[in-house]
Write a new protein. Sequence first.
Length: 353
Amino acid sequence: MRERASYMASPNIQRVSHQWVNQIAPLFVLVATTVLVGCAGDKSILDPAGQAARDVRLIWWIMLSFASVVFTAVIALWLYAFKRKPVERTPAEERRIARRWILGGGIILPVSSIAALLAFGVPAGQRMMPVPLDNAPEVIEVIGHQWWWEVRYPNAEGGEVVTANQIVMPAGEPVDFHVSSADVVHAFWIPRLGGKIDMLPGRVNRIRLEADEPGTLVAQSAEFSGVGYAHMSFPVEVLPRDEFDTWLSARQPEQLADLASQGNSNALAAFQESCASCHRVAGLSDSGEGPDLSDVGGRAALGAGVLPMQTGAITYWLTHHQTLKPGNRMPAHDDMDDATLETLGNWLEGLNP
Ligand code: HEC
């Protein structure tokens, strides 16, 4: 014990400590700047596109500022402890000072800072709760699957609309998202709108979000859910109300069934034989094992964000999906010849209402 005390008091050690601080400070500034410069773009909570996200950003800045003050104070005290000359104190005085630190730093400081955070956090969380409104808002159900998203519009005029791996929502009005999961825990998160919220099997969680204006946002799963987790993203298209209504009405089951039935007969037969057991196409099949494909030609991307949609993309997905998204739950169709897969791909690409 005595040896350790004299080691700590050694002037050499003190000098080394100061050098270390001098070296680490510029590195810290460099890393912090680099990290903060990265805080922009599609998935940045610092670039909000709705009120809930602005609330989250405010809380984030408050927390960062407060944490910076605490961090600076702790470092300052730490350096001071190295520098300060030893003071002669009686054991009773030592105990009184120690008690003051424990009470102040261990109880008063955390209780008051958590209370201050709650004062901002609780109202912000409250605003994201779907409390009743005079005009019932649009409801969008989102169900997480390993590793794709099922999306439903239960209140669409004319009947429920089903799609996958994309959300289209109206601008400038609250939208209630009812989220759950078909298998493991996922988390629903549109960083620029607010959130996030867990998607749990057997339970429906609700969150109210609103986008200020039309545009394209990105959603991302925020809970590790297995090998395909990193590839669980999707675009969120925000449209003016009238365009949103048009989008919905183009996806009524009868219209989608009409569109699908116009396909080449080889494609329809191959679909029934190899794909219908997992995929729904309105009017042809009704399985929910894989994403609904009734409007797949109109998606911005395939595989929950792994492959941007363009001519030939679906055929490419059919032949390369296990390389594009390793481990995904769609079996490789190596037994099918390329010509059939291409016919299937072309037909699916035409399902663009
Ligand atoms: C055993 C079930 C199963 C079978 C059979 C199957 N799929 Fe899939 N399919 C899936 C699953 C699961 C996904 C989601 C993969 C992912 O993104 O993680 C998928 C994804 C897709 C996608 C991408 C959809 C999107 O929105 O990103 C297309 C297109 C597709 N399948 C077409 C087909 C075609 C065509 C066939 C028949 C040749 C077929 N699938 C057979 C399960 C299946």
